[in-house]
Design a protein around this ligand. Structure first.
Ligand SMILES: Cc1cc2nc3c(=O)[nH]c(=O)nc-3n(C[C@H](O)[C@H](O)[C@H](O)COP(=O)(O)OP(=O)(O)OC[C@H]3O[C@@H](n4cnc5c(N)ncnc54)[C@H](O)[C@@H]3O)c2cc1C
Length: 469
């Protein structure tokens, strides 16, 4: 069988790899987006805190600080066009002791050094007015009005869908096991056969150092840094008005309390350096630590029901910056070590790499097409009207009025659309990320069986009334 050949192969279909694949297809390249997993966005990109960062607290002068700030603008604009839910709630960095209070003006200066000038100091009275459920003892806060919450699942899916729509081939279930870089092209070995490309971009997240080594480079090592989170019921939503951030430490942004675009409230994440790159389980210690911190920030939150817990692994390295490097002699780019901010910076990383690659001898890529309309994503947020509440839509197609998941108000029409979409889910979990079916307070207890049957039998399987009672 002939070996498939592309202008570019992107390894890793997380939010970063999907943004890269989109960028290259919009520049007219033939692209394969390769991932070991069975779905896009199935690794770190599905399990983060879903904040669209302004980049106010990045280390000034780093690649990360530049790309987060640029990514914030690009993704805000893209999300508005693609229907990705974003809520610009703003963040409050709350000081709980004198040392933290003294650090706030320095953080405002750091924000300004990052080009973000909208921060403002709040005194305890204003803080209490803005966040009446905050625990006792808060001494003040720094307000960062631009910080926003976003849906991470539809973000990755939108990029990948747009890439596929413009011709990218999605090679899921392909683990890259080796690379043979040559003068004119590279042969990538996968467990499903070889793939050839003129250029290769490594966006393999937690595996980015391993892929880097396949090209003979050993300039960084990934240390998976686990972040565990607790998601509280939607009844807790009225307790929190902003993203409540701690004053950051060297280990990261610390434990936050934040609403989600789905109407829940989230507490986390932890920051634990591990060696196991698959350790996404939650632990008793981790959850106890979160509960203790959360109890100080918003005590009433801890009395609310927990909907779910989850954990993600940041691709941390021994360096304080992204590990993006260009190797034109091998026609290879490493986009590794994209740790705590990759969701926000994804489009900016893609823009940066695309522009750099376009300058390589022989590449001569045109700029990205400006005339394309992003795909319209299914709306998973709480602020706008969901299909199951849209009488006009239901009048046109009654499938949108047939509710399958009552907790999240997901209709058969939405599940059908997801199963018919360009990147259809092959698992119940994948369907959950596209529709939120089974993500509500009952966690699929009532709708689980019917949702599984729809995934197994296909989009047009009827919803039996008794199955959803
Ligand atoms: C707890 C937590 C909170 C976070 N909060 C935020 C936040 O609020 N805002 C924000 O902007 N960012 C946040 N982040 C960071 C953000 O989630 C990541 O930076 C981003 O998801 C990284 O995307 P990625 O595409 O690089 O990696 P991934 O999503 O991990 O994708 C990499 C892909 O590469 C594939 N792969 C690896 N090796 C191979 C191989 N050999 N062959 C084939 N495929 C391979 C994997 O299967 C995977 O799908 C957070 C991260 C965590 C863990």
């Amino acid at each position: 069988m002939p070996v498939p050949e592309y202008d570019l192969v992107v390894i890793g279909a997380g939010v970063v790899g999907s943004a890269l694949a989109r960028e290259f297809t919009l520049r007219g390249r033939s692209v394969a987006l390769v991932d070991a997993r069975s779905d896009v966005g199935d690794a770190t990109s599905k399990a983060n805190t879903a904040i669209l960062h302004t980049g106010f607290d990045a280390t000034p002068g780093t690649t990360e600080s530049r790309l987060v700030a640029r990514g914030y603008r690009l993704l805000s604009d893209y999300a508005a066009k693609a229907g990705i839910p974003v809520e610009p709630l703003g963040a409050l960095l709350v000081a709980w002791d004198d040392e933290q209070l003294a650090a706030l003006p320095g953080l405002a200066e750091k924000a300004a050094a990052n080009g973000y000038h909208e921060t403002r100091l709040l005194d305890p009275a204003e803080l209490a007015r803005r966040e009446p459920h905050l625990g006792p003892g808060a001494l003040g806060a720094l307000e960062v009005p631009g910080e926003s919450i976003i849906c991470p699942w539809t973000t990755t899916l939108a990029f990948a869908t747009e890439a596929v729509r413009h011709g990218a081939e999605l090679l899921l279930g392909h683990t890259v096991t080796g690379a043979e870089p040559g003068a004119g092209h590279t042969v990538l070995h996968t467990d499903r056969g070889p793939v050839r490309a003129r250029s290769v971009v490594n966006a393999a997240g937690l595996g980015s150092d391993h892929v880097h080594a396949m090209f003979g480079h050993e300039s960084f090592t990934i240390t998976p840094r686990r972040g565990q989170l607790i998601v509280f019921d939607k009844l807790a939503r009225s307790l929190v008005n902003h993203i409540l951030l701690p004053v950051p430490t060297k280990m990261g942004k610390g434990v936050l309390v934040s609403p989600t675009v789905y109407g829940n409230v989230m507490l986390g994440p932890t920051a634990e350096d591990l060696t196991d790159r698959s350790a996404t389980e939650s632990t008793e210690d981790g959850l106890a630590m979160l509960r203790e911190k959360g109890n100080r920030i918003v005590p009433a939150l801890l009395r609310e029901e927990v909907t779910t817990i989850y954990a993600g692994l940041r691709a941390a390295t021994e360096f304080g910056d992204y590990q993006i490097s260009f190797h034109p002699d091998q026609r290879y780019v490493c986009v590794g070590g994209i740790r705590s901010t990759g969701l926000t910076s994804s489009l900016a990383i893609a823009e940066y790499v695309g522009a750099e690659l376009a300058g390589w001898p022989g590449e001569a890529m045109p700029g990205p097409r400006a005339d394309v309309v992003p795909p319209q994503m299914p709306y998973l947020g709480q602020v706008d009207v969901r299909p199951a509440e849209d009488a006009e839509l239901i009048a046109k197609d009654r499938a949108y009025g047939e509710i399958v998941c009552f907790c999240e108000r997901v209709s058969r029409g939405e599940i059908r659309d997801a199963l018919h979409s360009e990147i259809a889910p092959s698992t119940v979990e994948g369907l959950r990320r596209r529709t939120r079916a089974g993500m509500g307070r009952c966690q699929g207890f009532y709708c689980g069986a019917v949702v599984s049957r729809m995934v197994d039998e296909g989009a047009d399987a009827p919803v039996k009334a008794e199955a959803v009672k």
